[in-house]
Design a protein around this ligand. Structure first.
Ligand code: ADP
Ligand code: MG
Length: 332
């Protein structure tokens, strides 16, 4: 059974950024408005702290079970039929059970109606501690999930990671992508291996304050220049709703295109191509091309265009559809 649990976990947790993303999604599902992360990619260490609803003592004890099936648990899908109408990120109770298998997992949590913080520690599928929290005491409801030695028993998965700085960059991008559609949530990330941190502007720690809209969050994260000429939209047709914004400025890159279905980020697909095509044929794009391809590009990763580069639209768009219309078990 332990081999089976380990094999199953390897399918669920594919990388450190993906593991962090699962934890952040759990915090969002728990209704958190403050999510703080600490990350050390060199040490395969991270923690995610939130002010969400917390996990009850009883549910924590499920997560600390040694037996393979005992450990898998979710509070989000109540009946098999519910699989057709999922609105949360999580629904199958695999992430934490898998983290318990492939790392040393410590969870400390407190629910609104509890007076104490309860905690469990597991490693490689075995329970090491279950009792009152020793660290990470909480004053009000919330959860801290701390991962040490991620993939310690699956060394080959560590090898498939890029260097730590790049891994952190991927984590940053995933947090930013979620922050854009959860503007009411404030995020902080502390790069725990960042030796340049103190007093240095080059630190890789960051903070995304809560705002009133995706547009305001975008401005905070990427700066104003990319969204100078912006059209905010809220369109509805039947049961479909589209909201967000598109910048008619465009950027010389595709990396400012964020498309979501029911606030779940989606990978590049036909919809992106359709927007690009429409943008390219619009008069805005033609005007944009007449100007020098000068954009204010933030941070790393983007090169200044040589002469006239083709501008791509910048957008954050969320398509709301009835949950039963999308297959959440795959990419929505
Ligand atoms: P899923 O998200 O698919 O339900 P997970 O393994 O990610 O499965 O989490 C298992 C359960 O643990 C969740 O259903 C939820 O009840 C609880 N949980 C996990 N993280 C948190 C959190 N940050 N706050 C509150 N509850 C949480
Ligand atoms: Mg989850």
């Amino acid at each position: 059974a332990s081999t089976r649990a380990k094999l199953r976990s390897t399918q669920i947790l594919t990388s450190l950024p993906q593991l962090v993303s699962e934890l952040v999604q759990n915090s969002l599902d728990a209704g958190a408005t403050l999510i703080d992360l600490g990350i050390n990619c060199e040490e395969w260490f991270c923690w995610v702290k939130d002010n969400g609803c917390g996990i009850s003592k009883q549910d924590l004890s499920t997560l600390s079970k040694d037996s393979e099936d005992g450990r898998y648990g979710t509070s989000k899908t109540y009946t098999p039929g519910a699989l057709n109408s999922i609105s949360t990120f999580g629904f199958r109770g695999e992430a934490l059970a898998s983290a318990a298998e492939l790392s040393c997992l410590e969870i400390s949590s407190r629910t609104a109606n509890s007076r104490e913080t309860w905690s469990i520690i597991t490693k490689g599928g075995h329970n090491l501690y279950s009792g009152p929290a020793i660290r990470w005491q909480r004053e009000s409801s919330g959860t801290v999930v701390c991962i040490r030695d991620a993939f310690y028993n699956l060394p080959v998965r560590r090898l498939s990671h890029p260097p730590p700085t790049r891994t952190l960059e991927v984590i940053r991008q995933e947090i930013e992508t979620l922050a854009l559609v959860f503007p009411q949530v404030a995020f902080t990330l502390e790069a725990l291996d960042d030796k340049r941190e103190a007093g240095s502007s080059k630190g890789r720690s960051f903070r995304i304050p809560k705002t009133s809209s995706s547009l305001a969050s975008f401005r905070n994260i990427y700066g104003r220049a990319l969204i100078e000429h912006t059209e905010e939209m809220e369109l509805a047709s039947g049961v479909l709703k589209l909201n967000g914004f598109i910048s008619l400025n465009g950027a010389v890159s595709k990396s400012y295109q964020f498309l979501y279905i029911n606030r779940h980020p989606i990978a590049r697909c036909e919809l992106h191509k359709l927007i690009d095509t429409r943008f390219a044929s619009s008069s805005f794009a033609k005007n944009a091309l007449d100007e020098e391809g000068e954009t204010c590009l933030p941070r790393s990763g983007l090169r200044r265009s040589p002469r006239k580069a083709i501008k791509m639209p910048v957008y954050v768009l969320n398509l709301t559809v009835p949950p039963e219309e999308v297959d959440n078990c795959l990419e929505p």
